[in-house]
Write a protein that binds this ligand. Sequence first.
Ligand code: DCP
Ligand code: MG
Length: 377
Amino acid sequence: SSRVLKRQCFQRPATRVRGALLYPDTIPFSLIPLAVLAESAELNGDEGRAVAFRRSEALLRSLDRRVQGVAELRGLPCLGEHSRRVIQDVLDNGESSEVEETKSSSRYKAMKVLTGIFGVGVKTAKRWFTEGICSLAQLETSGHTLNPAQQAGLKYYADLNQPVTRDEADAISVTVEEAVCSVLPGAQVTLAGGFRRGKTSGHDVDFLITHPDEGKEEGLVHKVTACLESRGVLLYHQTTRNTYQESPEGAGRSRSNMDRFERCFSILKLVQEQAKDQDPVQVEADQTDSGCRPWRAVRVDLVVSPISQFAFALLGWTGSKLFEREMRRWAVHEKSMSLSSHALYDNNQKRYLTASSEEEIFAHLGLEYVSPSGRNA
Ligand code: DCP
Ligand code: MG
């Protein structure tokens, strides 16, 4: 039952998870059959199916042994009939025919290319695909008007589809910290997202920014982007202001999973190490040739949180998305609480529970603490 499933997923997280859920960065995505089916479901807009495959895939990854036969999987949660069939196929034949068919289908290939453009979601990609657009070249000659995000996405397509390495994330951290601290001394910058979970590569770099004096962080995003712009490293940005308000009926009422922090989706210019010593005139000339320019574009998210919400923001922005989802489900179903990236509301006591660390949030939820590297579900 789903109750048993939740217990098994969360009851002894520290022992079950320690070391075993480290994301296999070394395994190319295309070799993880259930991840392909999950992605394909996402690209079809089928969220329920996608989550089911993500759960199965995460469960398999969490096993600290190689599976030799499906019989070994008996009694494990999160593995539906369909996932078991796929695993059986892989064990018997070395690959799953369904996965191979999916990967070679024109729809999957086109949807991957089109949603690979920053600013293009599943809905837009679907619409273009039904119009016969399958490639970037076809999109460019289609006459469609692209919004500024999509224009930037197309312009930096190759860079943004090349994974960001840990070293690159560290270099970006230095740039962001310098900018933040120059406009607001005392502000704290924390690397969140996959890199905080110990992943060695990612699709972007996520930063959470706060200041020990509540209120000082307000409007910070604009000052930071102005600073990055003056330093010539801001290639694209879109900022949104903070729209979060505590409501007397509790947090998490809105059906949207999006949080409401002041934030900035940006694309930054990362100058490659060896290019830093070059003659600036030469560097400028090289930039006209995107193939061999001495910098690359990197997607960076800046999120600003008031210090009172910081622990919740950090938990929410560390991910993984599936881990967050399961944790929020646990909060609702097992504790009658609503967890968001802003707050934790106890529906029985009808009050917000405060926390100044992630550990306190796990404790409020009756869960053993799971360190970031154990959250790669
Ligand atoms: N997140 C969120 N709301 C969003 C986007 C993300 O709460 N609208 C959270 C959940 C994610 C985390 O922030 O786990 C970081 O989001 P990413 O999409 O950057 O995911 P990761 O950093 O985990 O992976 P990647 O390596 O692909 O960047
Ligand atoms: Mg990320």
